[in-house]
Design a protein around this ligand. Structure first.
Ligand SMILES: *[C@@H]1O[C@H](CO)[C@@H](O)[C@H](O)[C@H]1NC(C)=O
Ligand SMILES: *[C@@H]1O[C@H](CO)[C@@H](O)[C@H](O)[C@H]1NC(C)=O
Ligand SMILES: *[C@@H]1O[C@H](CO)[C@@H](O)[C@H](O)[C@H]1NC(C)=O
Ligand SMILES: *[C@@H]1O[C@H](CO)[C@@H](O)[C@H](O)[C@H]1NC(C)=O
Ligand SMILES: *[C@@H]1O[C@H](CO)[C@@H](O)[C@H](O)[C@H]1NC(C)=O
Ligand SMILES: *[C@@H]1O[C@H](CO)[C@@H](O)[C@H](O)[C@H]1NC(C)=O
Ligand SMILES: *[C@@H]1O[C@H](CO)[C@@H](O)[C@H](O)[C@H]1NC(C)=O
Ligand SMILES: *[C@@H]1O[C@H](CO)[C@@H](O)[C@H](O)[C@H]1NC(C)=O
Ligand SMILES: *[C@@H]1O[C@H](CO)[C@@H](O)[C@H](O)[C@H]1NC(C)=O
Ligand SMILES: *[C@@H]1O[C@H](CO)[C@@H](O)[C@H](O)[C@H]1NC(C)=O
Ligand SMILES: *[C@@H]1O[C@H](CO)[C@@H](O)[C@H](O)[C@H]1NC(C)=O
Ligand SMILES: *[C@@H]1O[C@H](CO)[C@@H](O)[C@H](O)[C@H]1NC(C)=O
Length: 455
């Protein structure tokens, strides 16, 4: 059943996956030197194929082709790091993460800092080329057992690894397919990266545990294009983090149950650290059954700047908060820095000093269509009372929820053609705080708590 659905979904993406070269002039890239290093497989998880990967990567680290053979299964029992320059990774086989959960937790616990990326690739002129053959070229995370093992009211097991990080300058990632990642999927660092044709399946089985923190892309890179993607998950499909600049995210289909849509942030968690995100475009995005369509999230008392962000041409269906912005973000399950926890802690802001906010300038929402999840809002990620995504007074009819921290924190916002309606026959509502007309001359709507009106 799932395969049939996948074929239906991937079909048009695969067909439309025209490869767009960067087209930047003046960059002479040295070419692959012709050597091919084939990653060998031991054939079962009793052999750690990570070691064969390290050997092949060492041999072909400069100007080679690293080949994962078509249809071959590779068992990466331990995490890998590789620095590869002028290399093309031909990813035609399958990589399996270990299925033994406690074994993986042991590795993550034993790593410095407790943050582990199972596959960590760094390089200049580095390509990672998968395949459009749906029967091979997968990464298997065996995440379902991690989600199912999460205790009631837990927000994800401890010691979960990230799947992979690409830290590239002049990189191309194409035709990647990930099935049941444990948690965070792709971290992007670096500059000048094209990503094309992505499928992430982090949907839990019916009745299964919630797939916490299964972010599709965490982008902290510059000059990035992510195009043609299908992401079923339980957190942000794509989020742009501190340092993200000149990022376009186009032609995506995002579904849950439990997805949190397209995001900026969170920013400003560490007080005293200035964080920036600028020049971001999300365009032609379909969002089905998510908590959010688009979300900007910053912490009270944080510092920084979000500048020039567009969310255009969105089709949303059964989405709880289609357009959402909070400058009062908090992270469920982590109380020490969180003002939100202050709600439950007598409003003492969990120790944070509320003396600043991340400034947000130049945000456009344009051409939004669809409906709001009126009857069963939210998702299985809610384990606190009140829920981390609770909006006081919201009743499933708000297309827009904007909470700016003061009258100058949000400037130059524009809303054009927002046609998003509740599933009931009620009129579309808005909750809006601090979008002042003086600093938002082209706002296009009335900032109020009540019926959504254009101006
Ligand atoms: C990867 O590199 C980092 C930094 O050098 C190191 O701390 C870590 O142990 C390496 N991991 C592996 C699996 O080699
Ligand atoms: C990834 O690998 C690079 C280069 O080997 C290393 O510098 C970096 O610390 C590694 N990062 C992690 C999270 O292992
Ligand atoms: C990576 O792909 C780009 C775009 O197709 C190409 O220009 C470049 O030569 C490739 N690099 C390698 C090492 O294959
Ligand atoms: C190896 O695979 C078997 C099933 O094929 C699984 O039961 C076992 O947990 C795996 N071992 C590791 C370390 O992943
Ligand atoms: C799973 O890994 C743990 C820790 O390495 C080990 O003690 C246990 O025997 C493993 N279980 C199986 C079924 O291999
Ligand atoms: C990415 O790689 C560059 C060059 O090796 C390095 O300077 C930078 O610290 C890396 N970034 C991350 C987040 O690892
Ligand atoms: C981002 O794009 C702008 C406008 O094209 C350009 O001026 C700027 O240098 C780019 N930033 C980076 C880090 O390349
Ligand atoms: C705003 O961001 C978009 C998307 O990255 C970019 O095309 C545009 O040039 C940026 N505008 C300015 C004024 O930098
Ligand atoms: C909307 O999503 C909820 C889960 O959040 C689901 O229970 C409900 O059936 C969906 N409604 C429609 C109309 O798809
Ligand atoms: C709003 O917050 C910003 C950032 O903390 C601050 O610079 C500004 O003075 C505040 N404006 C008002 C009117 O309080
Ligand atoms: C909407 O309600 C919030 C919370 O009560 C309030 O802070 C805000 O000022 C209201 N917005 C308007 C435009 O009155
Ligand atoms: C949000 O707006 C709705 C009307 O759209 C209103 O009933 C509700 O009280 C508002 N919530 C707050 C906190 O102002």
């Amino acid at each position: 059943m799932f395969t049939a659905a996948l074929l239906t979904i991937l079909g048009p993406l695969v067909a439309s996956a025209a490869y767009t070269p960067l087209g930047r002039s003046g960059e002479l890239q040295s070419r692959n030197n012709g050597q091919t290093c084939t990653v060998q497989s031991g054939g079962s998880n009793s052999t750690d194929d990570s070691q064969s990967f390290r050997d092949a990567a060492k041999q072909c680290a400069n100007g080679g082709t690293l080949l994962f053979q078509e249809g071959v299964d590779y068992y990466f029992n331990t995490p890998v790091n590789a620095t590869l320059n002028n290399v093309d990774i031909q990813f035609k086989g399958n990589v399996h993460l270990p299925q033994n959960l406690t074994y993986v937790q042991g590795i993550v616990n034993g790593s410095t800092g407790g943050n582990t990326w199972w596959i960590n690739l760094t390089g200049d002129n580095l390509n990672f080329t998968g395949t459009t053959n749906l029967s091979t070229g997968w990464v298997y995370g065996y995440g379902q057992q991690w989600w199912d093992a999460n205790p009631k009211n837990g927000s994800g097991l401890a010691a979960r690894p990230h799947l992979w990080r690409f830290n590239m300058t002049n990189g191309n990632i194409k035709n990647i397919k990930i099935r049941k990642p444990i948690a965070w999927v792709t971290t992007l660092n670096g500059n000048n990266i094209n990503v094309d044709n992505v499928f992430v399946d982090a949907a839990t089985t019916p009745g299964g545990g919630f797939p916490f923190n299964t972010d599709g892309f965490d982008v902290a890179a510059k000059n990035v294009k992510i195009n043609d993607f299908t992401i079923f998950n339980g957190d942000d499909a794509v989020t742009i983090n501190n340092g993200g600049e000149n990022v376009t995210v186009t032609n995506g289909f995002i579904a849950g149950p439990g997805c949190h849509g397209t995001s900026i942030g969170s920013l400003g968690q560490a007080q005293g650290v200035y964080q920036t995100v600028r020049n971001i475009l999300f365009d032609n995005i379909k969002v089905h059954g998510c908590v959010y369509g688009s979300r900007i999230k910053t912490y009270l008392g944080g510092q920084g700047m979000v500048q020039n962000v567009t969310f255009s041409n969105y089709a949303v269906s059964n989405t709880t908060f289609p357009i959402y912005l909070t400058q009062n973000y908090f992270n469920q399950g982590s109380s020490q820095t969180q003002n939100g926890a202050g709600v439950q802690e007598g409003g003492n802001f969990g120790g944070r000093v509320d003396n600043s906010s991340v400034l947000i300038d130049g945000v456009t929402y344009k051409n939004w269509y669809g409906d709001i999840n009126t009857y069963q809002p939210g998702d299985g990620s809610c384990v606190t009372d009140p829920c981390w995504y609770d909006v006081p007074g919201a009743d499933g009819t708000q297309a827009i929820v904007i909470g700016c921290s003061n009258s100058t924190a949000c400037s130059n916002f524009e809303f054009q053609n927002i046609q998003v309606i509740p599933q009931s026959y009620a009129t579309t509502q808005i909750n809006c705080t601090n979008l002042e007309s003086g600093s938002n001359p082209k706002l296009g709507i009335v900032c109020t708590n009540g019926t959504l009106m254009t101006n």
